[in-house]
Design a protein around this ligand. Structure first.
Ligand SMILES: [Zn+2]
Length: 383
C-alpha cells in the first residue's frame, strides 16, 4: 500500500493528480480556490417546508427527502453551493433524474501559459466528460445525475461563481486550477471538489523542501531531508480525514473509472504504466497487446504517450479486463449528500459529520467521529 501510494505521488500525480496530493503554496492542503463567500438565495427558500412536512419526510427516509419533479434548490456542501434541479419524470422511466448546475468562471492562468481559446476548450472538454460519465452517475435508488457547468449564471442566479484558473499542458497546481489537457477521470474528480466532496485517500507524511519564502520545492527522501537545514524542510501533517475505498472517485479516479467500465484513454495508458502488463490469457489469441504493453513499460516514466501509442493502446483495449464491477462512480452516500438535505436524510447527516474532519489536522484536533467513519470504517460512504 505504501509503495503503491508513493508511486502514485511521484509518477502519476506529478502530471494528473495535481493539487489534490500536493501542498498548496502556503504549505497547507485543501482548496485554494476563490469560491469566496457564497450567498444563500431565494431559491433556497423554495425547499423550506413546514415542520409537519419535515417530520413526514424524516419518517420516510431519503425518498421522502427528494425534490418534487420540476423543482430546484440550492445545495451547499462545505461552503460550495450549486443548484440541484430535479427534471420532470420520464413516463415509465421510474428513477428520478437530476441536473446539477455548478456556477463556474474560467479565467486565464496568471502565470502558466494557456491557449487563446482556453475557455472554449475547457468548456467543451468538461461537457464531453460529464456526458460520458452520466450513465455511471447513479444513486442507490437508481437516481440519475448529470453535471453541467453554468458559465453565465443563468441557471445559478445569486450564486457567486467558483473561479478556475485555466492553463495548457501539465503542472503542479492547487485543484482550483485546471488544464485543458486533463483526462476525463481527473476532470470529474476535480468537479466533485466544486460540489464540496473531499478526497478520501490516506495522506502520507512525506517530507518536502521549502525555499526561503516558504514555498514547496520538491519531495524529499529521508536522506535528502537530513542534508537540508531545518528551516528548509517540512513534513506533511497528520490529517483527520475519513477514508474511503480505493475505487472511490475521491480516492483514485482511475480505479473508479475502471471499476464501472468507463473508457480511460490516456489514463488507461498511465494505469498500465504504473502497475503491470495484464497477464496473457491462454484463450486470448492476440499477443500484440502484451508486446505493446512491454514496450510502454520500457519508456521513461514521465514520457507522454505518443498519439500512435495511445491509438494502438485504445484499439487493443489494454487494462480494461477487470472493468464493470460497479454500477456507479458514486458510493451511495455521496449521492445522498448531493441530493438530500442533512436535516431530512440521516445518511447525508452522517456524511456531513464525517467530512467535517476532512481538512483538519491532528494538531488542530480532530472532531468527534461518527461510528460510520471511525477506525477506518467506510460505512459513511458505502452503507
Ligand atoms: Zn482531489
Amino acid at each position: 500500500m505504501a509503495f503503491r501510494f508513493r508511486v502514485k505521488i511521484l509518477v502519476v500525480s506529478a502530471l494528473f493528480f495535481p493539487a489534490s496530493l500536493l501542498p498548496a503554496q502556503d504549505g497547507a492542503f485543501g482548496d485554494a480556490g476563490a469560491s469566496g463567500i457564497l450567498e444563500r438565495t431565494r431559491q433556497e427558500a423554495r425547499v423550506q417546508k413546514s415542520a409537519a412536512a419535515e417530520s413526514v419526510r424524516r419518517a420516510r427516509g431519503s425518498a421522502g427527502c427528494a425534490l418534487a419533479p420540476g423543482t430546484s434548490a440550492v445545495r451547499t456542501i462545505r461552503e460550495k453551493s450549486f443548484v440541484l434541479e430535479r427534471l420532470a419524470d420520464e413516463p415509465g422511466a421510474g428513477a428520478a433524474r437530476y441536473e446539477i448546475h455548478i456556477p463556474v468562471r474560467f479565467v486565464k492562468h496568471p502565470k502558466l501559459s494557456a491557449p487563446d481559446d482556453y475557455q472554449d476548450k475547457m468548456t467543451a472538454l468538461a461537457a464531453r466528460c460529464y456526458d460520458e460519465a452520466a450513465p455511471a452517475m447513479r444513486g442507490p435508488d437508481g437516481e440519475r445525475l448529470h453535471i453541467s457547468l453554468d458559465l453565465t449564471g443563468a441557471k445559478t442566479p445569486g450564486l457567486a461563481p467558483q473561479e478556475i484558473k485555466v492553463f495548457g499542458g501539465y503542472a503542479w497546481v492547487p485543484f482550483s486550477q485546471w488544464t485543458v489537457d486533463y483526462n476525463c477521470p481527473t476532470i470529474v474528480h476535480e468537479t466533485m471538489h466544486l460540489l464540496g466532496l473531499p478526497d478520501v485517500y490516506p495522506m502520507t507524511r512525506e517530507r518536502y523542501e521549502i525555499d526561503a519564502t516558504g514555498k514547496w520545492v520538491r519531495w524529499l527522501t529521508e536522506e535528502q531531508a537530513r542534508d537540508l537545514a531545518p528551516n528548509r524542510r517540512k513534513q506533511m501533517p497528520r490529517y483527520c480525514r475519513p477514508l474511503g475505498p480505493v475505487d472511490s472517485l475521491l480516492y483514485d479516479q482511475y480505479e473508479s473509472y475502471r471499476a464501472v467500465g468507463l473508457p480511460l484513454s490516456k489514463a488507461d495508458y498511465l494505469w498500465v504504466r504504473r502497475n503491470e502488463c495484464p497477464r496473457r490469457q491462454r484463450s486470448d489469441p492476440d499477443p500484440g497487446k502484451y508486446l505493446h504493453c512491454t514496450e510502454m513499460l520500457g519508456a521513461p516514466a514521465d514520457a507522454e504517450p505518443t498519439a500512435a501509442a495511445l491509438g494502438a493502446f485504445n484499439v487493443l483495449g489494454l487494462g480494461r479486463e477487470g472493468a464493470a464491477e460497479k454500477k456507479s462512480l458514486f458510493y451511495p452516500n455521496e449521492v445522498h449528500v448531493l441530493l438530500y438535505d442533512a436535516s431530512c436524510d440521516e445518511k447525508a447527516g452522517i456524511f456531513g459529520r464525517c467530512i467535517a474532519n476532512s481538512d483538519r489536522t491532528v494538531d488542530e484536533t480532530c472532531l468527534p467521529y461518527p461510528a460510520e467513519c471511525s477506525n477506518g470504517s467506510f460505512d459513511w460512504l458505502t452503507k
